[in-house]
Design a protein around this ligand. Sequence first.
Ligand code: PMP
Length: 403
Amino acid sequence: MDWNTLLASRGARMKASEIRELLKLLDQPDIISFAGGIPDPTLFPAQAFAETFASVMAGPLANSALQYSVSEGYLPLREWLAARMAALGVPCGAENILITSGSQQALDYLGKLLLSPGDTAMVGWPTYLGALGAFNAYEPRYERLDPLDNRPAGELVDAAAPGAVKFAYLTPDFANPTGETLPLAQRHALLDRAEAMGIAVIEDSAYQALRYDGEAVPPILALDVARSGGIENTRTIYCGSFSKTLAPGLRVGWVCAAKPVIQRLVLMKQAADLHSATLNQIVTHQVAEKLFDRHVAGLHATYSARRDALLAALAREMPEGVSWTRPEGGMFIWLTLPEAMDGAALLARAIATEKVAFVPGGAFFADGSNRNTLRLSFSCASPSQIDEGMARLGRVMRSRLEK
Ligand code: PMP
């Protein structure tokens, strides 16, 4: 059977990343890994989930929890989220919220909704790998989005790629992979540009709640609401998630946007999977109501200590010529290596000789450039693993530099 002759052009474009094979080696017990961009499972509120699943199944919601439900999502959860969005400066109602199966599904739907083959998506350089994966199926071109570019909007419109530019996608808070946060002035500048270009802004806020220090910056959607006089006039589509705060396995995320966007996404969800798991939505709502803020405060304490340990270890162990970001939240630190050093080659050597792993940075660039970069995740490593891991990484780097 030759499947290649049957594949749609979008199917033919799908490929596993070069680093997947290397990352498969990480199951070895003695490897210290900074690769996985996942929350620490020991921090999940497992007890609260166990109790809530049991009580929902024993209570009056049991039948509806097991039944089909509306594509928009469980109304009390949407109301809870609308109130949270209002607290972030986005006054809105449940009709502005769609529950998705993780924010990853929202990225897929937004690609499906907005991109025809050959359209241009503006993305960060680097950007979230999973967003490129989601958008790739809709066969776009990518153009570099540099939110720190200070040129006036008019010049940037001229500089845009040929073909219809549809949206700018970014993770403004504690980005994956860099950990960086977009300052307020640049959020405004981005909206100016998006307005001048007549395009949408996709604000991926997966890490928004994980700020450990520094001052909170309002979501781009909040700035957009303030400028345009209400959510119905906005161009920003906000994608949120419970994955980094409660638990990713339940696959509960949401989109907050103007009604015309939500209504179209609801039709898309109806066609794709009808709705996200009813039971998971009900349980997520009850657990969030009970402990969200308290639980997230606990995550802040643990993750910020790990970030601090990693920053201190980097300062101690990294050779001359290596620089890194200093994130105020999230899970990632981004390293830039000397020009000649290749992140993927370094990973192969780091696994083989020192049993330490990370994600090479080239994968996060739509054109595979900037191979002298890498992403470290501090979410799952203890401070002592961080110290040992960075000592190992420092040795691998020095042995490469000496060659
Ligand atoms: N956006 C970003 C920036 C992410 O890092 C992730 C998960 N790694 C997601 C979206 C998707 O998360 P989920 O589907 O679990 O909400």
